[in-house]
Design a protein around this ligand. Structure first.
Ligand code: FPP
Length: 233
């Protein structure tokens, strides 16, 4: 058991496409396998007592992927809501959305709103689903809302800006995990992850099982977080 687990874990679930390619399957099959994996990782996170899990499910850049793949990812979100919502709710999971609803079909928007509404008072684990999300876009939207609210320039500080992010009110991620060996943040939580620890593994997301999660958490437990300060001796 890791001696110290993050309060807030964020995951870039990468490598679904390569996982599928290596098996001669369409990319969407990789995303479906990734969705199955999400189930077990979510359960493991609850068991570890992790309080917040943020997943990168669809970025603002992902609209540029082939139409069939974009449609596949939209369908997966809808299917997850249809099939898993009742169980997530029963297990005390609060679902939040990071990103813009605008741009999604009205039907999907309604489903998402319903999921957020139904689970809003749950507090065992907060699941932030970054869907139609981009970190730079998030900063732009925050600034727009600050201006629209007529907040004077001298009142704008880091706390206020954090509050206006999609994740407003939640603590920043302690650990960002990226699967499939890439070493990029890819526009994910660029504001919130300023001091997060970072862990990457060559394992593709559909294969990132409980044991892989345990390794990531052990790694995190050994890191010393200094937040720009020096070690006390
Ligand atoms: C990155 O792999 C993965 C994504 C762009 C989508 C992740 C989505 C899921 C796992 C579905 C679960 C989400 C919901 C809606 C709750 P990639 O396709 O970039 O893989 P590659 O780099 O190997 O091509």
């Amino acid at each position: 058991m890791p001696e110290r687990v993050p309060t807030h874990l964020a995951i870039i679930m990468d490598g679904n496409g390569r996982w599928a390619n290596e098996r001669g399957l369409p990319r969407v099959a990789g995303h479906r396998a990734g969705t199955e994996n999400l189930r077990r990782i979510l359960t493991a996170c609850t068991d570890y007592g992790i309080k917040i899990l943020t997943i990168y499910a669809f970025s603002t850049e992902n609209w540029g992927r082939p139409k069939a793949e974009v449609r596949g990812l939209m369908n997966i979100l809808e299917m997850v809501i249809d099939r898993e919502l009742a169980e997530l709710h029963a297990n005390g999971v609060q679902i939040r959305h990071l990103g813009q609803l605008e741009g999604l079909t009205p039907h999907l928007q309604r489903k998402i709103r319903h999921a957020l509404d139904l689970t809003r008072h749950n507090d065992r684990l907060i699941l932030n689903v970054a869907f139609n999300y981009g970190g730079r876009d998030e900063v732009v939207q925050a600034v727009r809302r600050i201006v629209a609210d007529g907040i004077p320039a001298e009142e704008i500080d880091e706390t206020l800006l954090s509050y206006y992010m999609y994740s407003g009110g939640l603590p920043d991620p302690d650990l960002v995990v990226r699967t499939s060996g890439e070493m990029r943040l890819s526009n994910f939580l660029i504001w919130q992850a300023a001091y997060a620890e970072y862990y990457t593994t060559p394992v593709y997301w559909p294969d990132f099982d409980e044991e892989e999660l345990r390794k990531a958490l052990l790694h995190y437990g050994q890191r010393e977080r200094r937040f720009g300060l020096v070690t006390q001796t």
